[in-house]
Design a protein around this ligand. Structure first.
Ligand SMILES: NC(=O)c1ccc[n+]([C@@H]2O[C@H](COP(=O)([O-])OP(=O)(O)OC[C@H]3O[C@@H](n4cnc5c(N)ncnc54)[C@H](O)[C@@H]3O)[C@@H](O)[C@H]2O)c1
Length: 319
């Protein structure tokens, strides 16, 4: 199939683009390189440096779009909400309009656990209330809402995948490795590993008084290779006039303290940690139920161990 991957020079988009190329698809990556890296685009994919509002030229003849391009820093979204509404919602609406004009009827969208906000129970089901606590989550939820409307009104075939905490690295069949390389890194595992690489002196632990077994936040970590595989299944599951929403996580939570101790074991470094204030809007626990995608699409995590996730991320880092 002829596929367009927006944000395919980013961490997750690069892995999905690589898996799509490996599966024999004809892939075009559209990315403005605002947070991505041109060398994350897999060999075998065409690269177009442009923003999502300029997708009209590349869409004709495309069978489906994988839409990763977004602004995704929670703190920045609180400080600059307009930027998030304009990019994430406005940009996606422009993309959807260009898709309609070009007759492209399928989309797989990167949604997020942040659409749920502070959950009432665990694990989180897709039917649970969506009450985002920041503009990032709200803008992603607004796109989910728009996709439902576009499916009903225009027959769009859409799947939203609500990722929990994506981590780890992917090594493709040709030996190339795809890893997390955010310039502004807010994710725990790369920040902890940066200490092990002596790029930072210590890692901050934001809050130790949460109602969790050890007082630190609990999150559901999913290996980027497992997550990417779900996108290929979602492509096949896209059905005209239907918008499906699936959570993507492992269904098991690990606390910040537990992740730190696994990182210490894997790297053999001491990794000093400094306790800091809670970050506003950080839920105590975020764990997915991925039963729906397992049941409907037959997806199963193959690398669910936190040790394997950390070990793959560590092995992919330059030293
Ligand atoms: N990493 C996670 O744990 C996580 C969790 C939940 C959801 N997500 C979502 O997954 C997607 C990918 O995340 P990531 O971690 O790979 O981020 P990333 O920053 O590595 O990748 C995003 C890519 O999109 C590009 N981009 C941004 N705005 C663009 C625009 N307007 N036009 C064209 N290209 C643009 C960037 O240059 C970058 O290459 C995002 O939509 C993010 O919100 C990520």
């Amino acid at each position: 199939m002829k596929l367009l991957v927006t944000g395919g020079a980013g961490y997750i988009g690069g892995v999905v683009a690589a898996q799509l190329v490996e599966a024999g698809h004809e892939v075009t990556v559209l990315d403005d390189l605002s947070t991505g890296h041109a060398d994350a685009v897999p060999p075998g994919a065409r690269f177009v440096e442009a923003t999502i509002t300029e997708a009209a030229d590349v869409l004709p003849g495309t069978d489906a779009v994988f839409h990763f391009a977004a602004k995704s820093l929670v703190g920045e979204s609180v400080e600059r909400p307009g930027l998030y509404w304009a990019h994430n919602l406005g940009g996606t609406l422009a993309l959807l309009d260009s898709m309609r004009a070009a007759g492209v009827g399928r989309i797989v969208f990167s949604s997020t656990a942040a659409t749920y906000g502070e959950p009432e129970r665990h694990p989180i089901l897709e039917t649970d209330p969506t009450r985002p606590t920041n503009p990032y989550g709200a803008s992603k939820l607004a796109v989910d809402t728009a996709l439902t409307a576009f499916a009903r009104l225009y027959g769009l075939a859409a799947v939203s995948l609500r990722y929990f905490n994506v981590a780890g690295a992917y090594t493709a069949a040709d030996g190339r490795t795809y890893r997390e390389r955010h310039t502004v890194e807010t994710h725990l595992i790369p920040n902890v590993l940066a200490v092990a690489r002596r790029l930072r002196e210590s890692v901050g632990v934001f809050g130790t008084d949460y109602p969790t077994p050890d007082g630190t936040c609990v999150r559901d970590y999913i290996h980027v290779a497992d997550l990417a595989r779900a996108h290929l299944l979602a492509l096949d599951a896209c059905s005209e006039g239907e918008h499906r929403i699936y959570n993507l996580g492992n269904g098991t939570g690990f606390s910040v303290t537990e992740v730190l101790s696994v990182c210490r074991e894997v790297t053999g470094h001491e990794i000093p940690a400094v306790v800091r204030e809670r970050r506003p809007g950080d839920p105590a626990v975020l764990v997915a139920s991925s039963e729906k995608i397992q049941r409907d699409l037959g997806w199963k995590p193959e690398r669910a161990s936190i040790r394997e996730i950390v070990a793959d991320a560590w092995a992919a880092l330059p030293r």
